[in-house]
Design a protein around this ligand. Structure first.
Ligand SMILES: [Zn+2]
Length: 231
């Protein structure tokens, strides 16, 4: 059963912001897809987008293989992702095809426009995928949406749900993402150190070893108490 689709703007985003959750879900027998909107091919100081894009595609395949997740590459270009009907429908079609129960993507309070645009596209694609009257092919599929913690998307991000990650899943995740040169710090930011330590901090906050957090959409935050004794 496909349980989770993690949709990131650039190859590497999905695996960093929810790779621990993915590894943990897979260890529990669930199926996970990483969907990369772009390769993030313009993120290297010296390699050309063509060279770096080829490298990142190979790295992404290796990371998915190590985590035992599936991977889908969308055809959009780094920095040239646009919010439009065509792209929303393309993502909605993918969701109807792979049929996830849960979709995880970027929170929109981001410093990177590709992340904000991905948030907007995915929110609307989840809606299109769920309503059978949108004639886009395939059978409707309802999924719950959550936003993952990403250092670039931290403006007004809220830690609503802590997902505990076993030491085995944590190790598997961290050693897998190191297949990306940028995660090893080769483009400047120490991603490896940031995300491995962050998962430990989230673990401490939730009285466990390791964890990653998710934010709920505003409409899912309200709790309806039906019996007064639950107060
Ligand atoms: Zn990114």
């Amino acid at each position: 059963m496909v349980h989770i689709a993690v949709i990131g703007a650039h190859a590497g985003d999905a695996e960093l912001m929810a790779g621990g959750i993915a590894a943990e879900a897979i260890s529990q027998g669930l199926e996970v897809y990483f969907i990369h909107m772009t390769l993030g091919e313009k993120g290297h100081p010296t390699l050309s987008p063509k060279e770096y894009g080829e490298q990142k595609r190979k790295e992404a395949l290796l990371v998915a293989e190590k985590i035992e997740a599936k991977v889908i590459f969308m055809p959009y270009k780094d920095g040239e992702l646009y919010y439009n009907e065509r792209t929303i429908i393309e993502i909605a079609k993918v969701l109807r095809e792979i049929r996830p129960k849960v979709v995880i993507t970027h929170w929109r309070g981001s410093l990177h426009k590709d992340h904000t645009i991905t948030h907007d596209i995915v929110r609307d694609a989840v809606f299109y995928a769920a309503i059978k009257w949108f004639d886009i092919g395939g059978k409707e599929n309802f999924s719950r949406i959550y936003y993952a913690e990403n250092w670039e998307d931290s403006h007004e991000f809220q830690k609503d749900i802590y997902i505990s990650i076993s030491p085995e899943s944590y190790k598997k995740w961290i050693s897998a993402v190191k297949n990306y040169a940028f995660v090893r710090g080769e483009t400047g930011f120490p991603y490896d150190e940031y995300y491995s330590n962050l998962a430990r901090i989230r673990g401490i906050e939730s009285y466990t070893l390791y964890a990653q957090v998710l934010m709920k959409p505003w409409y899912a935050k309200k709790e309806i108490i039906k019996k007064i004794e639950k107060l």
